[in-house]
Design a protein around this ligand. Sequence first.
Ligand code: PLP
Length: 452
Amino acid sequence: KGLSQQARDAFAESARAHLIQPWPVAGEIGAESRGGIVSGNGIYVTDIEGRRQIDGPAGMWCTNVGHGCEPIARTLYEQAMALSYNSPWYTANDPSVRLSERLANHAPGDLNHVFYTTGGSSAVETALRFMQFANNVLGRADKKMIVARQGAYHGSTYLSASLNGRPRDHDWMDSAGELVIKLTCPNPFRRPAGVSVEAFCDMLVDEFRNTIETYGAERIGAFIAEPIMASGGVIVPPEGYLDRMRALCTEHDILFIADEVVTAFGRLGHVFASKEVFGIEPDIITFAKGVTSGYFPLGGAMISSRLLERLRQSNHADAMFAHGLTYSSHPIGCAVAETNLDLLEGGILAQARANAPYFQAQLKSLEDLPLVGEVRGLGLMACVECVADRESNNPLALDLEVGKRIDAHCQQLGLLVRPLIHMCVMSPPLTISRPQIDDLVSILRQGISLTQ
Ligand code: PLP
């Protein structure tokens, strides 16, 4: 049941008067109200008007175990009563120590150490600041440039946002652009005409090799990549791409940072995807979101033992990594992450792996709609990309915001969509069943059909 009309009006008025939400346009800052959500249960949320919606994007790729999860709610309460906070500067708490060991056991290679943050941006920021610090300590202060990709999303703090690859997100924002080099987005759907996917992959790797030659390996500190670019439109790179980029990083002593803020904690069926899905061992993995299924803001950077050993052996082993957050290693966040991991290991990862091919195949059937250029994805993340026409596959004009129009239709029918200009992203809670996948796809089909 929704709120009364009077309560809805009051909600909207109060939101407009006082709440600033992410990505507003200048004229609407402090003057807009977005759709109200009042409750959630399993894969569903209920909006202010009382309509139940499938949470198609799992919030922001995060509600992996679903809404209203009792074991997590209990953990939140119990850990708050046991120990609500301790200073990570002077002390350590049990949940963070236990969680670190479990994450190290899941992480590939020698990624045995965790620095906890409050989310994904701060995890990426931590990884980058650590790279800068490490290179200062190792006596190579010029090796600080960061190679990122067009289409990527890495966060909203100054340095992490500087890596973001959507040009229009930089139009009005300052950035540390002088530190960043952006490579071509590894999107096979948008590869040059007449070029095979294999040849496209060669081009991408050559571009990185040439970039290293142009700038010099002695100036490049890190390459950062989401194994599957998420907000850029669920870009699954060509086979072998990540492997070969990793090999170039190893050859030139460039840190490979895998930004697994979206791909970890079950989205691709495993706790981390770098090794299990793509066969690579990064030097640093950043994570957030699904680590607590969104029940508590937590993120982190997993750092390799080898890298730490180099610092220990350096001439500046006493140099201070002057970086830390009041809420690093938060006991409630870490306790929630432990329970979340119990649930994932206890069956949800297996369920996600089992249902992923069905999810992808059902969504793929939408390619028969004239507006749909491609449906792509892996695991339980997918993107429906709309095109101006199927002959050319040209993208629709940016100002058409077709994703928003599809979202509006789908909401009437009971599905929240994540509109991304001309794309719709689907990444539901991992607990979604096959009949629920059928519902999701059927509503999306209707929503897209109504938009044509
Ligand atoms: N990295 C990736 C790949 C993301 O998708 C996001 C957020 O969507 C971030 C980093 C930033 O995370 P947060 O919003 O928790 O700061």
